[in-house]
Write a protein that binds this ligand. Structure first.
Ligand code: NAP
Length: 308
């Protein structure tokens, strides 16, 4: 599981350990926050392992997957029953670059998920569930995000680089990068859903592996708006009038719902978009087989390239 150190994922991780006595949680997390969370989660149950991972670095993600595979093979970890890509970032601009030269929002929210799936899905047992946390900002409309999150799709290699959005230093570009990265994550879920059953191009993932996208409600109080700017203002003030409506969840409630989805509680066909508790249609724009294939192939070229 990625993104288990903070916010929705931190709550979900604790919930998983409390609810499923057989479950061993492997956290892919960075530095000090990973170590602190490891200690906290181990106070619930000792079956937690930390694999230090910086999701903004392809080399680090690849090394983490290699560590997990080695420990699975040696029997040091029990069989792999699921993968959760919950980590996400949102910045006040769209011009930050990873050490590999990719725009950080796209690298963490999209490319890291693809790389982990490519490296680990062939090792899943059956049945197993893959969950990727997305966002309803991927609609890019007034109803989902107050019209502040404008989508702007382009060729994957443009989206993956700093400067993909107009005025990349502006907070509007940061919000566009975030919403567009979540649309991309849904595209990848659709393409993985098509490819998983027969393992085309990815080694042999067993039958019985499904993949779903999970959309939390709007959840103030997580670390997501830590970068500040308009997104934080949005979270702090625009969300207040929504507090008594179903459009908004507390961090513990969103974490419980994520844990439900991970444990298979929400029945949904593979490729589904689970809005909090039930499968619904994601945006019309999010069903686009040509974009889905092109993005998957682009991310797959990066995963299998020795260059990063
Ligand atoms: N909050 C909302 O309203 C909302 C709504 C829709 C969707 N979501 C999605 O929900 C997911 C969880 O977000 P949240 O709101 O709970 O935010 P959060 O508290 O900021 O959690 C984000 C998680 O991602 C991890 N992460 C970020 N960059 C990383 C990196 N380079 N390497 C390793 N780990 C990294 C963070 O680790 P550190 O602790 O090390 O920073 C943290 O565990 C995200 O995918 C987000 O897009 C949130």
């Amino acid at each position: 599981m990625t993104g288990a150190t903070s916010g929705i994922g931190r709550e979900a991780a604790a919930e998983l350990l409390r609810r499923d006595a057989q479950l061993h949680l492997v956290m892919l997390a960075r530095g000090a926050t990973g170590r602190v969370t490891l200690t906290e989660l181990q106070s619930i149950r000792s079956d937690v392992t930390l694999v230090e991972t910086d999701l903004a670095s392809a080399a680090s993600v690849r090394a983490a997957a290699e560590t997990v595979r080695r420990r699975l093979d040696s029997g040091d970890l029990p069989p792999l029953g699921g993968i959760v890509g919950n980590a996400g970032v949102s910045f006040n601009d769209a011009q930050r670059s990873t050490p590999d030269g990719y725009e950080t929002t796209f690298a963490v929210n999209v490319l890291a998920n693809h790389m982990l799936l490519g490296e680990l899905a062939p090792g899943l047992t059956s049945p197993a569930r893959i969950v990727i946390t997305v966002s309803d900002t991927h609609f890019g409309d007034l109803k989902h995000g107050g019209g502040l999150f404008k989508l702007r799709w382009s060729d994957p290699d443009v989206l993956a680089r700093p400067g993909a959005f107009p005025r990349p230093g502006a907070s509007s570009a940061g919000r566009s990068a975030y919403a567009t990265s979540k649309l991309a994550a849904i595209y990848l879920v659709h393409e993985w859903a098509r490819r998983l059953p027969d393992g085309v191009d990815i080694g042999q993932a067993p039958d019985g592996v499904d993949i779903v996208a999970y959309n939390p409600a709007l959840v103030p109080g997580t670390g997501l708006s830590r970068d500040g700017g308009l997104t934080r203002i949005f979270m702090r003030y625009v969300t207040r009038p929504l507090a008594a409506t179903p459009l908004l969840d507390s961090v513990p409630a969103a974490g419980r719902r994520l844990a439900d989805v991970i444990l298979g509680g929400a029945t949904a066909p593979t490729g589904s978009y689970i809005d909090r508790t039930r499968a619904v249609r994601s945006s019309e724009e999010s069903y686009d087989p040509d974009r889905e294939r092109a993005l998957w192939e682009y991310a797959e070229r990066l995963r299998t390239s020795a260059a990063i």
